[in-house]
Structures are given as C-alpha cells and as structure tokens.
Design a protein around this ligand. Structure first.
Ligand code: SF4
Length: 400
C-alpha cells in the first residue's frame, strides 16, 4: 500500500491574510507533524483564472512561501514546492484528460459557480474547465491518499477518486499480470509466500475477510518488495489488477470562518483583510476604523455585540473574561468602542509577532527560500517520476 501522504496547495495570487491562516495554514501546521505532507505553490492553477495578469503570480510566489513559513509551516517537516517546477503535473493532467469524460468536469459544482462569480473574466477556456482534472493530477501524482478539504470541496476529491478508479480499471490489467504476481510471491520467501497463498485462497474461495486483512497486514510489513510488486500483490489478493493510482480520501477540516473587518468572511475580494505580516500601525488603524453596532452613535448609547463585527473578532482573539467585559460594557455603555477594540488589536499583534520572527531570516536572505523550494521541488519530482513511470508503462508509453 502507499503511505498516507497529504497534498495541499494554494494559488499565488497576492498577499496572504489572517483568513488564510485560520482557514488553512493552522491546519497545515498541525498536519505536518502527523503525516508526510507536500505543500504546493499552485502556480498553474493560478493561471486558470489570472492568465491575463501573470505578473501577480510571479510577485506572489516567494512571498507566499515566506508567509507559509511565518505561519509555522516547517520546511524540515513538510515538502514545499512549486507546481510548474515539477512538469509531471502537466504530463499527468494531459494523460488523464484522454480518459476523463467531459460531463464529469462540467458537473463539478464550483465550475458554474465560479464562472458566474468571476463574470468579468472570460473563463470559457479549456484550462478552466480542466482545473478539477489538474487538481486530480496533483493529488494522484503523489499517490496522496489524504486531501485536507472543507465540505464544499469534497466533490473535487470525489472526481479524483472516480478518475483513479477509471484509470485503474482501464490500465491496471498489465500484460502477464498473474505471472508477475506469482513471481512477486516467490520474492517474499518460502514461508511468507506460502502464507500469502493460503490467505488469498481463504479469502477468494471462502470470502474470509479476516484472511484478507491478515494478508494485507503481512504485505505492508514486507520489506524486500519493490513498489510495483507490492501493488501487484495487493491487487492479486482481491482478484483485481494492479492498483496504479490509489483512490484518495478527503480529510475533512473543521470549517473555521475568519471574520473580516466588516463582519463578512475575510477575503481579498471584499477588501476586508488584515495581511499575515501587516505592519502593526496599519493593523491598529484598520481595527480602530472598523464599523460597530450602528446604534452606538454616542459614547453613552448602549449597543449589542451581536450586531457588531468587532464582536466576531473577539470570538477569535479574546478570552472568556474579556468577552464578558465586552458584553456587559457594550450593553450598558460602560465601555467605548475604541476601548473595546484594544484587546482585539493586542490579540492580532500577539498572533503576528512570532510570524514576523519566523519570516525575518528569509527576508534578510532570499536565497534561503529559493534553496528550500529547490530542495522541495527535487523531493517532489522524485516521487512524481516514480508514479509517471508506472502511468506511462500502463498507458503503453513505456518504450524501452
Ligand atoms: S462596544 Fe464593542 S461590541 Fe459594542 S458596539 Fe462597540 S465595538 Fe462593538
């Protein structure tokens, strides 16, 4: 079996903000110590919508990686790489496009949604229709079995699974599969090979699921088999073919909605953001200028936190005692809005302080970030080459 690998990415289309931190990066930081993680600068994806203004992509790539590191992504634990520097992404995308029915792409819910949302852009392009397939290629290239997503992106993982299933069904039957599987059994050694045969027979003839589980566990423990042989033997157990592209699973992340400066979701398109590494004076100014409950015209007017965007930020940044102070102070006009905003300012600045510290060495020496990304691209390419060797061979392109 392939190891649990997590693949996730972000488009380099501008500065990252606290919405990215709370919505995605905090989760990446957690995942990197639990799984093998690959974090990708999705520059090819950025081109699907920003093809008419490519300068923003180039400008954002390095800065975005520094933002990731600032947020706590650790290049010693996770592989950080740029999608276009691993050309196998484009190759797998192309090869998968040969077997992907158009209707699968047209029915992805975000396709029509995005076309409507970004109506000022011409998104009637081949690249835009194919972006879920490019995403599928991204995931399948690393045989990444886990994809961290929110509820709304589950259909993207589902299409990836359908494509993998279709691919394995069409191409997993390699010539002489049974002979190759039998040869692989011999490589396991006499005792283990015999046990594998017994367990396989028990499963296939008697439907003994425990035997199947034992055989799987034994295979996963076997050290001296190549990746290809391992996959053959997993497939052979159940009477199927070789599994070339494993089906990925969504790793559901809890929806954490970061409110913006106006109470709506923090998003660049709403102009309500605080950048990850925003200057502290600007942070303070932005929060002091936030709208509040419109009922509080004068200092003496009472208000209701539920009607105030600042209250939403208290939910993110303040302790219970502070929140209690806000509720009482607002409802009795005991505190003014400027006073009420100060703990939020302090909370944001405290959150940003370690981010500035982590980013500093990379800002002082830009070669550091170039080098770590170059290393990450190499690591990613090694994995990608392995998959592509099997994919090419399966599709009849492995002429040697
Ligand atoms: S006191 Fe605080 S919660 Fe109440 S309106 Fe002013 S900023 Fe909002």
């Amino acid at each position: 079996m392939f190891p649990d690998r997590v693949l996730s990415g972000m488009r380099p289309t501008g500065k990252l903000h606290l919405g990215h931190y709370h919505g995605v990066l905090k989760n990446w930081v957690k995942l990197q110590s639990e799984y093998e993680c690959l974090f990708m600068v999705a520059d090819l994806h950025a081109l699907t919508t920003a093809y008419d203004d490519v300068t923003v992509i180039e400008k954002s790539v390095w800065d975005m990686v520094i933002d990731w590191i600032a947020a706590g992504v650790d290049p010693a634990q996770a592989t950080i790489f740029i999608q276009s520097r691993v050309p196998e992404h484009a190759e797998l995308h192309l090869l998968l496009s040969m077997i992907t029915p158009l209707s699968w792409l047209e029915r992805v819910p975000t396709y029509k949604d995005q076309i409507e949302k970004l109506s000022s852009k011409d998104l009637g392009t081949y690249g835009f229709l194919g972006y879920p397939l490019l995403q599928a290629a991204d995931i399948l290239l690393y045989r990444g079995t886990l994809v961290p997503v929110g509820e709304d992106q589950v259909p993207h993982v589902e299409i990836t699974r359908e494509i993998a299933r279709r691919f394995n069904h069409m191409f997993g039957k390699e010539p002489n599969f049974a002979e190759k599987a039998e040869a692989a059994i011999k490589k396991m050694g006499g005792k283990k090979g015999k046990l594998y045969e017994e367990l396989r027979t028990r499963y296939q003839q008697e439907g003994d699921v425990e035997a199947l589980e034992s055989a799987r566990a034994m295979l996963a423990d076997t050290q001296n088999l190549s990746h290809g042989d391992m996959e053959r033997l997993f497939g052979y157990l159940e009477g199927g073919g070789k599994m070339i592209l494993p089906e990925s699973q969504p790793l559901l992340t809890s929806a954490s909605r970061m409110p913006g400066l106006d109470g709506a979701k923090m998003s660049k398109s709403y102009g309500n953001t605080i950048s990850l590494r925003e200057d502290s004076d600007v942070v303070a100014k932005k929060i002091r200028q936030m709208p509040t409950d419109p009922a509080r015209v004068r200092r003496t007017d009472v208000g209701d936190p539920e009607k105030c965007p600042v209250w939403q930020l208290h939910q993110v940044y303040s302790e219970d005692s502070t929140k209690q102070w806000v509720i009482e102070g607002c409802k009795t006009a005991g505190i003014g809005c400027i006073e009420c905003k100060q703990p939020v300012i302090d909370g944001v600045l405290a959150e940003q302080k370690p981010m500035f510290e982590r980013a500093q060495p990379y800002l002082e020496d830009p070669t550091l970030v170039r080098n770590l990304v170059a290393d990450g691209c190499e690591r990613a390419r090694d994995l990608a080459r392995e998959t592509m060797r099997d994919v090419r061979e399966a599709m009849g392109l492995g002429y040697d």
